[in-house]
Design a protein around this ligand. Structure first.
Ligand SMILES: [Zn+2]
Ligand SMILES: [Zn+2]
Length: 361
């Protein structure tokens, strides 16, 4: 099957996106997807601002939902046959399934030949690999999930990056109902972490951010307490958290702000035996300074998680399907721009007009 796809090329920092058309041939061994909606993730902003490098030209965008656009022999992650017209989401990375990371280390997201959608130079066999386009081709080793009919595109679109990263991180560090958590950062990951922890039985979920508007959103998504460092010092937040925990300090810290003060603050706020999960530093040279004496004397576990294990995507999708009537996930997506206005969309996203700005071709 031959189609003409519309794509946007990122050529480098300070250069406007170029929207162009290219012919694509798909066979039944491929999964050709018509992109319904894609959102601008914080990682896309890091790339466009030059905070982290990218090989160009590249089609950005990895938070995507779409519809299968041609017959395929491939199957879903749960073994179902896939049909033209199926609404789907898929893992942000494709893995080989045979290397040491895939087989022995339970880290398929760090596969030796891992491919990451929306991050690759647009050349050779990686054409149509980003979401800011009319179509995308899904390669072997991608975990594909059909979307439940009830879950809308807006509810679904950030699942395959933001939510699944949170779910996999929290599954990795381990959860315990009744605990107290403190989340550093009320961006998309922090908001998802708040509602996920509440649904997992966390008694107190405190969210810390300097953006008062985002703290209000966090309250609608399960935060039991919010703290703004513009109003309260680190020591005052520490005192407040200790009052909530009989003087112990928080059990779980989640760093999703990407600010280098995040881990030092969380190490301060955690109690003895506390666990600290960090997902936020997806750019290089995020140097931090902590009093490691606290890590030792409080027996703190510090754990980083990058990308995610593809099985967590199924769990994340189930979470949204089950809780979508309790949390207004769709409202986390702000304005939707046509692909032809991608440059304006990125300006809005940079200005943090909303937690997510969407693009639809
Ligand atoms: Zn992302
Ligand atoms: Zn592998």
């Amino acid at each position: 099957m031959q189609i003409s796809a519309k794509i946007s090329h990122f050529h480098g920092v300070g250069i406007p996106f170029e929207v162009c058309e290219m012919p694509i041939t798909a066979t039944p061994n491929d999964v050709l997807v018509r992109v319904s909606l894609a959102t601008i993730c914080g990682s896309d902003l890091h790339t466009v601002s030059g905070r982290r490098g990218a090989e160009t030209p590249c089609v950005l965008g990895h938070e995507i939902v779409g519809t299968i656009a041609a017959p395929t022999r491939r199957r879903s992650a749960t073994g179902e046959t896939l049909h033209e017209g199926d609404r789907i989401t898929w893992s942000m990375t494709a893995c080989c399934g045979t290397c040491d990371y895939c087989v022995n280390r339970n880290l398929p997201q760090k596969c030796e030949t891992m491919f990451k959608y929306g991050h690759a130079r647009n050349a050779g066999d990686s054409i149509l690999s980003g979401g800011f386009a009319s179509h995308i081709l899904l390669r072997p080793g991608t975990a594909i999930y059909r979307l439940p009919d009830a879950v809308t595109d807006k509810e679904a679109v950030p699942i395959n990056c933001a939510l699944t990263t949170v779910v996999n991180g929290l599954e990795t560090i381990g959860l315990q109902a009744g605990e107290t958590a403190v989340i550093h950062g009320a961006g998309m990951l922090g908001i998802y972490a708040a509602c996920y922890l509440r649904e997992k039985g966390y008694r107190c979920v405190a969210v810390v951010d300097t953006n008062a508007g985002r703290l209000e959103i966090a309250k609608r998504f399960g935060a039991t307490h919010t703290f703004n460092p513009n109003d309260k010092s680190v020591a005052e937040i520490d005192t407040a958290l200790k009052e909530l925990t009989n003087g112990r300090g928080a059990d779980l810290g989640v760093e999703v702000s990407g600010a280098t003060i995040g881990i030092p603050n969380l190490i301060t706020w955690l109690g003895i035996g506390g666990r600290c999960l960090t997902l936020g530093y997806v750019y290089p040279n995020a140097d931090i300074s902590v009093d490691a004496h606290q890590i030792v004397t409080k027996c703190i576990v510090l754990r980083g998680v990058h990308n995610y294990h593809h099985t967590s995507l199924g769990h994340a999708l189930g979470f949204v399907a089950e809780t979508r009537t309790r949390y207004p996930f769709g409202e986390l997506i702000g304005k939707t721009y046509p692909l032809s206005d991608i440059n304006t969309a990125f300006v809005d996203a940079m200005n943090q007009e909303a937690l997510r700005i969407a693009i639809s071709s």
